[in-house]
Design a protein around this ligand. Structure first.
Ligand code: GDP
Length: 298
């Protein structure tokens, strides 16, 4: 295990307890520790640099006094800065003012979109909504089936092309699902799209075509927290290719420290809205910036 930032700083400061103000040398020593801790948590290098510079600025102005020792005081500053960058308060879903709310999911294959679609549907159902899942991932042979199984587990209907209809047109399926939702009075339509193993132009175009066809209220970029440093380039590619309003971080039950959350938020400016942490449909919650800050630091 890595040393926590608190341990690292306690070490750096063990001879400095009780000082009135941090010296420039103290601040430099601290900045080095923070930099290492963030890199170990998989935060992207440019984001680390910017973050460390901001913490240094704040640390320079701080009096070391009161109940906190210098290490605790720096940890508090780092924690506050992390929470601020991660978005402060949790950002809530925006619902359509009239008609069904449409949520489009985009992301790489294996990111956890299909699983997430069902988790989100169950979560919405528990809040009294009437969601419907839409299988617009017609690329992977098993994707429709997988969504149907998950939909059944969640007790949520799935709109899918008829079996045996060949490859099918995901744009047409997505468009038809909106009419179906209006007819059957579903109030949230969750559209699962196809992913590829890597970012490619065709994948982006298909997701963009589906977006244009369904005019979503929210586009959520689903990303596996375990991809670490690659999260930034993937997020940028999806932001340019499809655009998105919020991020869902999946597989947080793994040992990823969550640096991806910080990197994506700083680079794209889009908030992480949900956290997915396991294969069970209930392993899902709103994203809490303060909890993630704690995870990045520990
Ligand atoms: P998609 O290709 O983006 O639709 O991804 P899937 O939903 O099919 O997920 C890919 C794999 O990751 C499946 O084996 C899922 O069971 C698994 N998975 C999805 N979300 C999570 C999660 O939060 N934690 C863990 N441990 N596994 C997950």
């Amino acid at each position: 295990m890595f040393a926590t930032l608190s341990d690292r700083l306690a070490d750096t400061f063990k001879n400095l307890r009780g000082k009135g103000r941090l010296s420039e040398a103290d601040i430099d020593a601290t900045a080095r520790e923070i930099r290492i801790a963030l890199l170990e948590a998989d935060v992207a290098l440019p984001v680390v640099k910017e973050f460390v510079a901001a913490v240094k600025d704040r640390a320079r102005g701080e009096e070391v006094s009161g109940a906190l020792n210098p290490a605790q005081q720096i940890v508090k500053i780092v924690n506050e800065e992390l929470v601020t960058i991660l978005g402060g308060e949790t950002r809530r879903l925006r619902y359509a003012k009239s008609g069904p709310t449409v949520i489009l999911l985009a992301g790489l294959q294996g990111a956890g979109k299909t699983t997430l679609a069902a988790k989100l549907a169950l979560w919405l159902k528990e809040q009294g909504k009437a969601p419907v899942l839409v299988a617009a991932d017609l690329q992977r042979p098993n994707a429709v089936n997988q969504l149907q199984i998950n939909g059944e587990r969640a007790g949520v209907p799935v709109f899918a092309p008829e079996p045996g209809n060949g490859v099918g047109d995901p744009v047409a399926v997505a468009r038809a699902s909106i009419d179906e939702a209006k007819r059957k009075l579903y109030d949230v339509v969750i559209v699962d799209t196809a992913g590829r193993l890597g970012v490619d132009a065709e994948l982006m175009q298909q997701a963009a075509d589906i977006r244009d066809a369904v005019q979503p209220d929210e586009v959520l970029f689903v990303v596996d927290a375990m991809i670490g440093q690659d999260a930034v380039t993937t997020a940028q590619a999806f932001l340019e290719g499809v655009g998105f309003d919020g991020v869902v971080l999946t597989k947080l039950d793994g040992d990823a420290r969550g640096g991806a959350a910080l990197s994506i938020r700083s680079v794209t400016g889009k908030p992480v809205m949900f956290a997915s942490a396991g294969e069970k449909l209930t392993d899902f919650d709103l994203f809490h910036p303060d909890r993630m800050a704690g995870r990045i630091l520990d």
